[in-house]
Design a protein around this ligand. Structure first.
Ligand code: NAD
Ligand code: GLY
Length: 370
């Protein structure tokens, strides 16, 4: 078991990471309290036994396309019909879609109730369940409606990764790799040397004997599940460090968007369907490294090592080389983080260190695309 705290004065909260935690959930809950669990149909069908412990369930459709106002209204209707009270607590049981929606519900119903995150995808365990960004999408763009609302606790059971398919594991690794490149800038008190950890994890997977997995990628991801507790702990330690310093993204927190300005544009111009978030972020991180190399911020050795690490985790596909440069650039200009018409890019400046820049010229950005 691993535990840490997101330090935010009176809003501080614990994160517990433990294989098998779901089987022992009562230990983490208050038996005098009423809980309203929000989940989706897919997760409900896989985790029937766990969910049968709860009397109040709200089940939504599965998919990013349901992270919208209609689903928000549907959940609110269900909670109000069940006469939710201020002293009750919402539980988000699912991936980032469920977590973001449930968090915003908790921020808004009855002007705010407590909520607990129980994330079930790798992406939500290493990223979205921590830090209090909540909300949903609008037809004008992703996550345009929402609030900062911190959970009361985050309960992570890495065993839930056993039911996740390979592509969803990979998308989580997109965010995990991000932490390897920003480690020093997060100001995290512990130093993990996460870059080398992830490099060695792959080497270890390939040297495994008598493995039943067919491909190198399958072997690698099996090893990731074996080391999930450590990977999640390291990732959320860095996230917690950044959030503690800059809860509402006035500055430092933007480093958590490393690779995302390019990545969001990739998602946008491909209709949010072709690539998962983690795949797009992986492509975005390569573009950020290309820009940093061209601007002489990093040396060739670090660049080569970093690109190899991203490629080794199997998120980049050959067709990512054919993006329309003008469309990608236009997509970047409509990013949420554009300020005074300047595109903000998080770029590596040293091994494990990044900095935020808003002065990269258009031709260089276009030349840095895959
Ligand atoms: P998701 O919530 O759509 O889950 C991915 C798929 O996995 C879904 O089909 C889901 O039903 C299924 N699933 C979930 N848990 C499972 C399990 N244990 N076994 C089998 N299937 C399971 O996607 P995601 O990648 O978890 O999250 C993406 C969302 O997170 C996006 O909406 C993104 O905007 C948001 N996000 C938020 C933050 C934040 O800080 N709040 C950060 C990153 C991403
Ligand atoms: N996922 C980016 C953030 O939480 O700030």
């Amino acid at each position: 078991m691993k535990e840490l705290t997101v330090e935010l004065n009176e809003k501080s909260y614990p994160i517990t990471i433990q294989k098998g935690l779901l089987g022992d959930i009562e230990k983490h809950l208050d038996n005098k309290r009423r809980y309203f669990v929000i989940t989706n149909k897919t997760i409900q069908s896989i985790y029937k036994d766990f969910l049968s412990r709860f009397e109040n369930l709200v089940v939504i459709e599965d998919g990013e396309e349901y992270k919208n106002f209609s689903t928000f209204e549907y959940i609110i209707d269900k909670l109000l019909e069940a006469k939710i009270e201020r002293s009750d607590c919402v539980i988000a049981f699912g991936g980032g879609v469920v977590g973001d929606l449930a968090g915003f519900i908790a921020a808004s119903v009855l002007r705010g109730v407590d909520y607990i995150q129980i994330p079930t995808t790798l992406l939500s365990q290493v990223d979205s369940s921590v830090g209090g960004k909540t909300g949903f999408n609008h037809k004008m763009g992703k996550n345009l409606i929402g609030a900062f609302k911190q959970p009361k606790k985050v309960l992570i059971d890495p065993n839930t990764l056993e039911t996740l398919d390979l592509r969803q594991l990979k998308t989580g690794m997109g965010e995990v790799l991000k932490y390897a490149f920003i480690e020093k800038t997060t100001g995290c008190r512990e130093f993990f040397d996460f870059f080398n950890f992830l490099k060695n994890l792959r080497a270890e997977s390939l040297s495994g004997e008598c493995s039943t997995e067919k491909t190198d990628t399958e072997r690698l991801y099996k090893n990731i599940k074996k080391h999930a507790e450590q990977i999640i702990y390291t990732s959320v330690s860095m996230k917690a460090s950044v959030v503690s310093k800059d809860e509402c993204e006035k500055g430092l927190r933007a480093i958590l968007n490393f690779g995302h300005t390019f990545g969001h544009s990739v998602e946008k111009i491909t209709g949010y369907k072709k690539y998962t978030h983690g795949e797009a972020v992986a492509a975005g991180m390569i573009m950020a490294f290309n820009t940093a190399l061209a601007r002489n911020f990093i040396d060739k050795n670090y660049y080569t090592d970093a690109i190899k690490l991203i490629n080794d985790y199997g998120l980049i596909s050959a067709d990512m080389k054919n993006f329309d440069k003008d469309k990608i650039y236009e997509g970047m200009k409509s990013d949420k983080k554009v300020s005074h018409s300047k595109i903000k890019l998080v770029l590596p400046i040293n091994p494990l260190e990044v900095q935020i820049f808003d002065d990269t010229e258009e031709p260089l950005i276009k030349a840095s695309l895959l």
